[in-house]
Design a protein around this ligand. Structure first.
Ligand SMILES: Nc1ncnc2c1ncn2[C@@H]1O[C@H](COP(=O)(O)OP(=O)(O)OP(=O)(O)O)[C@@H](O)[C@H]1O
Ligand SMILES: [Mg+2]
Length: 229
């Protein structure tokens, strides 16, 4: 599903954020990406979503070398990927229901069944009373759940979620992770980036750990070693 061969990513002239990374994710697998703030979790997901290009190395998605894709190919590939961005990226001029239904509409589903299905999912994530609200009127945790519902509604082949439980309480966080597990059972390959090790450990799924990240804080004795990339 996803293959990284000796991938490095650097922004400008700075030291690489990701350095010589090789791994592959089998279709139908479920992985957590763990690492401190600044370790490169979002950067890694952005590479998988073809939002960033690697500085070196090769990334293959769905069995294809992404260096060979043109814009149209990339757009088609992205339709098979559900994504939850760390900053949500909802469309403010569309209601909750319309935001979540968008991937189904793009896939050509017709209105009545689409609205019913969307409303059901939104109720499941606790937003049944907010179907017709606009994102700017929702709390951070509510917006995050809209973003998650939008990412899963079309049952994508690959789900990339960046810190998807960062703004909700523990009970909701578990519920959202169960939602990802259900999707995974139906065949979706799931990749979740989080710095919440305790939450990830409650799920017996493999973890990819990114070392490095921000320098130790003043007075933090446990992390005196220089951050390693
Ligand atoms: N567009 C960018 N331009 C320059 N540097 C960037 C850019 N995006 C990220 N970085 C740098 O790359 C490093 C990794 O950032 P990234 O957002 O991938 O980390 P993260 O693990 O997702 O952190 P967090 O847990 O805080 O979300 C950081 O040092 C960051 O400053
Ligand atoms: Mg991040």
């Amino acid at each position: 599903m996803v293959r990284f061969d000796k991938v490095s990513l650097r922004y400008g002239a700075a030291a690489p954020v990701l350095d010589d990374l090789s791994f592959h994710l089998e279709p139908g697998s479920f992985h957590f990406i763990l690492g401190a703030s600044g370790a490169g979790k979002s950067s890694l997901l952005q590479l998988m979503y073809l939002w960033q290009r690697p500085s070196e190395g090769r990334i293959s998605l769905f069995g294809r070398d992404t260096r060979e894709l043109n814009r149209h190919d990339k757009a088609l590939m992205r339709r098979r990927i559900g994504v939850v961005f760390q900053d949500f990226r909802l469309l403010d001029h569309l209601t909750t229901l319309e935001n979540v239904a968008l991937p189904l509409r793009v896939a050509g589903r017709n209105r009545p069944s689409l609205d019913e299905h969307t409303a059901e999912l939104l109720s499941w994530v606790g937003l049944g009373d907010h179907l017709h609200n606009y994102p700017p009127t929702l709390s951070g945790g509510q917006q995050q759940r809209v973003a998650i519902a939008r990412a899963v509604i079309a049952r994508p082949s690959l789900l990339l979620a960046d810190e998807p439980t960062g703004n909700v309480d523990d009970r909701l966080a578990l519920r959202l992770l169960y939602l990802f597990e259900e999707l995974n059972k139906m065949g979706t390959t799931v990749v979740i980036a989080t710095h919440n090790e305790a939450l990830a450990e409650r799920f017996r799924q493999p973890m990819i750990r990114l070392t490095g990240g921000d320098a130790p804080l003043p007075g933090d004795r446990r992390r005196t070693a220089k951050a390693r990339q």
